[in-house]
Design a protein around this ligand. Structure first.
Ligand SMILES: NC(=O)c1ccc[n+]([C@@H]2O[C@H](COP(=O)([O-])OP(=O)(O)OC[C@H]3O[C@@H](n4cnc5c(N)ncnc54)[C@H](O)[C@@H]3O)[C@@H](O)[C@H]2O)c1
Ligand SMILES: [Zn+2]
Length: 703
């Protein structure tokens, strides 16, 4: 964009630039709201909007019909059913410094014709960096949810939002209003975000750039089962349509109290402010604790507390007049890359890490930042010696945002990603469709072995308390524990007569901590659930949720193991059954099969069982009931009345398994308009093909 001062622009120049800005902002809105993958920082985006506003202020008659200043968000994405908001969901006006907050206060006072000594009270709230939702309750029961979309029409996310534990399915109210729309923000806590990204990395999947994108990408899923697996939280802060409220509230503060009583989480840091000076003090307080909050915020929001005054102030096209967002600068800092180091994870994935000249980012000293993977390094062209911008995304893993090419040393060479494992020197290769390069050293790779042991004892796996990462690393180095089985022979070896160095004599250990560790191990040996056991094996792509699916489906270790071995032959029915499990795709199935095809893995497993570890059977393996119980259904083409997500949910509610591809084990193919190759394949295999009406009839128990 032109950097010319607005005052010096001719009308023609201004008109051309306004056209460019409208197109650019619309483009970035689509990336941000529809794809959940912005390629500008928020500050860069805000600069575009500020420029647009300045131009429109100087040339009011050039304001375009498609001006960004009158628009909110972006239209709903295809694939989601659409929901029209009875009351529009708006954006907020911005203030970037305290003076702009004072101007806001002065505007409100003028509008309301308040005298200088008249009180004007506000409610201040943190501005949660997530995405907004609207949840509708009818007679106290949750019935529908939508995203903001373009403010008028949003995406139907009813089933997605229903998976959040934070969302009450019923209002806690004896006399609930006939209609209540509660609005708020869905977000991901920093620790949850870090864990999700670790899991994504372990599975060779794409990592999210920040908690906001992760939250948006997780909530806006056509398949609510994916949302259910993602750690999302919410805070409520506003309402839409309300009808039949038994006792009305008169201030925003009172409304927040009511939200709490109904069962919604409300941000604990909201605060009553008696004056504009209180707002400014609140800004400073929240800015100071920002880095310590367990979730990202991008500012604070101030709302006129009296609702009758809110009513009088009303709304502009894009935002209410009675509220303002005081934005914080991004938590960014500039520093130098001293080195790029490659770490090896449990599944052998190579993760590049930038070693930085220590720098303070949002109050925390950062000396390392993740570079994610090979492609990311290349895309940003990060080199040793470069000056880079670092951002804290969910505290735990800072990341390199961009390189400053102007400050690049002349001798900085492009970074060459290693094709050998830094820990064991085995070849590191990239499988098709994966972002991570992986060490092929498997069992000889010490880095993987240690990471696998850490995983084995971790919380979702064997959950062995009293064995920290440091100790485990030391034990591994000394050869005391090199495989999971060694954990369960540790006590015997340690207590063996004549042993010179006992555990309890080591630094940091004593009789008590050693006894606790042995007790924890013995408790696990006596009985561990099948899902924990499967997860503990650390098979690529098999996280806790997948392990649970497998455990529920197969019920016992013997049954699962036999099936995985048989499935090694892809023509064996066991393979079709495996990929037929909802949530297990062909690539995951192949990882499972490969694990069992590797003799070393089988040895590790047998050695573990030989130490007496007892794997408990699943008590009541899932048995489906309903008109489609035991049937496998595949969908193809565009259905007439149902979205794909809803069709799938209906089929499952009727007891069916829904899979993605047609095989000999498919019972029904439900075909909508433009059914393609799946219909051809179904015909060839003699699979029954249904239209939508026939499918619905079957679900209802007819047919
Ligand atoms: N990087 C990019 O390319 C890009 C593109 C589009 C938008 N954005 C970001 O989004 C902003 C514009 O988005 P916007 O229209 O959602 O406006 P906004 O984020 O400035 O403010 C409105 C939103 O704030 C949220 N919010 C959080 N806490 C709240 C609270 N306590 N009370 C009320 N609302 C609260 C709501 O979701 C509401 O819709 C930009 O300023 C930029 O930061 C970035
Ligand atoms: Zn290796």
């Amino acid at each position: 964009m032109s950097a010319k001062p607005v005052e010096t622009l001719s009308r023609e120049e201004a008109a051309a630039e306004l056209a460019e800005l409208a197109a650019a902002i619309a483009h970035h809105d689509r990336l941000y709201y529809q794809d959940d993958e912005p390629d500008l920082t928020d500050a860069e985006y805000d600069a575009l909007r500020a420029r647009n506003q300045a131009l429109e202020a100087r040339f009011p008659d050039l304001v375009r019909a498609d001006s960004p200043s009158a628009r909110v968000g972006a239209a709903p994405v295809e694939g989601f059913a659409q929901v029209r908001h009875a009351v529009p969901m708006l954006s907020l006006a911005n203030a970037f410094d305290d003076d702009e907050v004072r101007e806001f206060d002065a505007r409100v006072r003028r509008f309301l014709r308040l005298k200088d000594d008249d009180a004007l009270a506000y409610r201040a709230e943190p501005k949660i960096d997530g995405l907004s939702f609207s949840a509708r309750y009818e007679n106290g029961v949750f019935v529908r949810a939508a995203t903001r979309g373009d403010g008028t029409t949003g995406e139907d996310i009813t089933r997605n939002l229903a998976t959040l534990a934070d969302l009450p399915s019923r209002l806690n109210d004896d006399a609930p209003p006939a209609v209540l729309e509660v609005r708020g923000e869905v977000f991901m806590r920093k620790a949850d975000f870090a864990r999700l990204n670790e899991e994504q990395t372990a599975r060779g999947r794409k990592v999210f750039a920040n908690p906001r994108n992760a939250a948006a990408g997780s909530l806006r899923q056509l398949d609510p089962a994916i949302t259910a697996q993602r750690p999302l939280s919410l805070y409520a802060y506003a309402w839409g349509e309300i009808e039949g409220l038994a006792s009305p509230f008169e201030t925003h503060g009172a409304f927040l109290e009511r939200l709490r009583a109904w069962g919604f989480p409300v941000h604990p840091q909201t605060q009553a402010c008696a004056s504009v000076e209180d707002l400014i003090a609140y800004t400073a307080t929240i800015a100071a604790v920002r880095a310590d909050l367990d979730h990202d915020i991008d500012g604070v929001v101030f709302k006129v507390d009296r609702l009758d005054w809110q009513q009088r102030l009303g709304t502009l096209s894009r935002a209410p007049r009675w509220a303002i967002a005081r934005k914080f600068p991004a938590e960014l800092a500039t520093t130098r890359v001293n080195a790029i180091r490659v770490q090896v994870g449990r599944t052998g994935a190579l993760t590049p890490v930038a070693e930085l000249e220590p720098v303070t980012v949002g109050g925390v000293v950062v000396s390392r930042a993740t570079l994610h993977n090979e492609d990311e390094i290349r895309r940003k062209d990060v080199r040793v010696g470069d000056w880079v911008q670092v951002r804290r995304a969910g505290d735990v893993i800072p990341q390199v945002v961009a390189v400053d090419p102007a400050r690049r040393p002349a001798d900085a060479d492009p970074y060459a990603f290693p094709d050998r494992c830094p820990a064991c020197d085995s070849h590191a290769v990239r499988r098709e469709g994966e972002v991570a390069r992986r060490c092929t050293g498997g069992l000889i790779c010490p880095a993987q072995a240690v990471e696998r042991l850490k995983h084995f004892v971790s919380r979702g796996a064997f959950d062995v308390e009293g064995l920290g990462e440091r100790s485990l690393e030391a034990f591994f180095k000394e050869g005391l524990i090199t495989s999971p089985a060694d954990l369960f022979t540790l006590e015997e070896r340690d207590q063996a007569p004549g042993r010179l160095t006992r555990l309890q004599n080591r630094d940091g250990w004593g009789p008590k901590s050693v006894a606790n560790l042995f007790a924890a191990l013995n408790a696990r040996r006596a009985g561990v659930s099948l899902e924990r056991f499967i997860y503990a094996l650390g098979i690529p792509q098999v996280g806790e949720a997948t392990a649970r699916l497998l455990a529920r489906h197969y019920g016992s270790l013997e049954a699962w193991r036999q099936a995985m071995t048989e499935a090694g032959d892809e023509t064996h029915p066991a393979f079709a059954t495996l990929v037929g499990i909802e949530g297990i795709g062909p690539s995951m199935a192949r990882d499972l099969v490969e694990f069992f095809a590797e003799p070393h893995n089988v040895q590790v497993l047998d050695a573990l069982l030989a130490t007496g570890v007892r794997v408990l059977d699943v008590e009541a393996p899932e048995e489906s009931t309903g008109p489609l119980a035991g049937k496998t259904v595949v969908f193809t083409g565009t259905l007439e009345t149902l979205s794909r997500a809803e069709a799938k949910t209906r089929a499952q509610a009727a007891g069916a398994k829904v899979t993605g591809s047609v095989s000999a084990r498919t019972d029904y193919l439900v075909a909508g308009a433009d059914a393609g190759s799946k219909a051809t394949k179904a015909a060839a295999l003699g699979v029954t093909v249904l239209d939508e009406a026939a499918f619905l009839e079957l679900c209802a128990g007819g047919g």
